[in-house]
Ligand binder design. Structure first.
Ligand code: NAD
Ligand code: DAU
Length: 353
């Protein structure tokens, strides 16, 4: 039994956060879930339409860089737990606008740590500050090996440097102030409600609209893909059963070269759209590479699997079918998020590559 608890989830209107909020609101009716989100370009309350009226769900529009407001919120609600996902999350944007990543990912995280420390200082029993992070903090791999929890940090992009910095602050608050923290570092997620600046939803959107499919460099870079609902399940089990002060790696054991993945998506969508075989592949366009592009990520999740009995619930083919079907059935969602500012972003990001 979960017991009645107040949990603050930050970034709950984003891609992964919305899946985490949905899972907690549905699985734990005794909990009261507060979703705190600034609603940047990546935050979208449409992602939570199905649960927005649930009696154990509350939305708070707030910026985690605003320490005064954050402290007030923590004092008012006396949260039992925090699951922190709010972040600037796109590597390409971190290359053009690194300071946004410093403010939100570093300063915002430290504000939350301070607020939790202030309200929990007299009694930390049963409290949890769970920081959701990325495998990119470990840097890049060559052809062999996988990241483990003891791989040294070696972040290469402004995004991963900001996430690494936030991880270090979380760890330091545990060491110095005994704040009851947990951290997880996850590989690339895919699934529904994924903003179409990221590889998979961008390719799905462009295939749908017969637009060029921009593959960076030669498409040889490798990512380890995990279905977002399996990430949410991992966060659930780590939040409830992971030991305080521990880090867990989460991955899909599912490595794909970008070019092979884009070809797989083309074949799948040709079939679903009733196009002839090979039609969408003709849209593939090799473009200039991302600056400092990490070659390969791969995660060793054995600690999470052995200690907490977690494993992915779907194969990549099943997860990708579900994802493509969701985008085909929710074209109005795609249309809403790709109108306006997205066009300008796309033009700036892709016209000179
Ligand atoms: P996202 O960009 O889809 O969502 C981020 C959310 O944070 C948005 O709702 C946005 O409005 C909110 N936000 C941004 N700045 C904020 C601020 N200053 N104050 C309050 N809210 C703010 O990101 P995502 O892909 O869902 O990633 C969520 C978390 O998981 C991030 O911390 C990211 O580093 C981590 N992560 C992502 C992946 C992935 O593959 N997407 C993998 C591993 C870890
Ligand atoms: O590894 C976890 C990380 O995965 C998360 O921490 C990040 O928040 C998330 O954005 C993701 O980072 P990546 O940079 O790996 O994801 P992205 O979807 O941007 O790119 C995946 C790969 O595809 C990468 O090698 C770059 C390439 N790519 C991407 C885009 C957007 C292209 O070839 N063309 C594109 O248009």
């Amino acid at each position: 039994m979960s017991g009645s608890k107040k949990i603050l989830i930050t970034g709950g209107a984003g891609f992964i956060g919305s899946h985490v909020v949905r899972r907690f609101v549905k699985q734990y009716p005794d909990y009261t879930i507060f979703n705190l989100d600034k609603l940047t370009y990546a935050g979208n309350l449409e992602n939570l339409k199905d649960i927005e009226k649930a009696s154990n769900y509350h939305f708070v529009k707030m910026d985690i860089t605003d320490s005064a407001e954050i402290n007030k919120l923590f004092e008012t609600h006396q949260f039992d737990g925090v699951i922190h996902l709010a972040a600037e999350s796109h590597v390409d944007r971190s290359i053009s606008h690194p300071m946004d990543f410093v403010f939100t990912n570093v300063v915002g995280t430290v504000n939350l740590l301070n607020a939790a420390k202030n309200i929990w200082k007299d009694n930390m029993d049963g409290k949890v500050f769970y920081h959701v992070s990325t495998d990119e903090v470990y840097g890049e791999l060559g052809d062999e090996g996988k990241f483990t929890e003891s791989t040294p940090y070696s972040p290469n992009s402004p995004y991963s440097a900001s996430k690494a910095s936030s991880d270090h602050f979380v760890r330091a608050y545990h060491h110095t102030y005994k704040l009851p923290v947990k951290i997880s570092n996850c590989s690339n997620n895919y699934g529904s409600h994924h903003f179409p600046e990221k590889l998979i939803p961008l390719m799905i959107n462009n295939i749908m609209h017969n637009q060029p499919l921009p593959v960076y460099g030669k498409g040889e870079n490798v990512r380890d893909w995990l279905f977002v609902e399996d990430h949410a399940a991992a966060i659930d089990v780590i939040y409830h059963k992971g030991s305080i002060g521990e880090t867990f790696n989460i991955g899909g054991n599912n490595e794909w070269k970008n070019i092979d993945l884009v070809r797989l998506l083309c074949r799948m969508m040709d079939r679903k759209l009733g196009r002839g075989e090979g039609v969408s592949e003709q849209l593939i366009t090799f473009v200039g590479d991302r600056a400092g592009h990490d070659f390969r990520y791969a995660i060793d999740s054995s600690k999470l699997m052995n200690q907490l009995n977690w494993q992915p619930s779907v194969t990549f083919e099943q997860g990708l079918e579900r994802t493509v079907d969701w985008y085909l059935a929710n074209q109005d969602w795609l249309q809403h998020v790709t109108s306006g500012a997205y066009r300008e972003y796309y033009q700036n990001m892709y016209s000179n590559r």
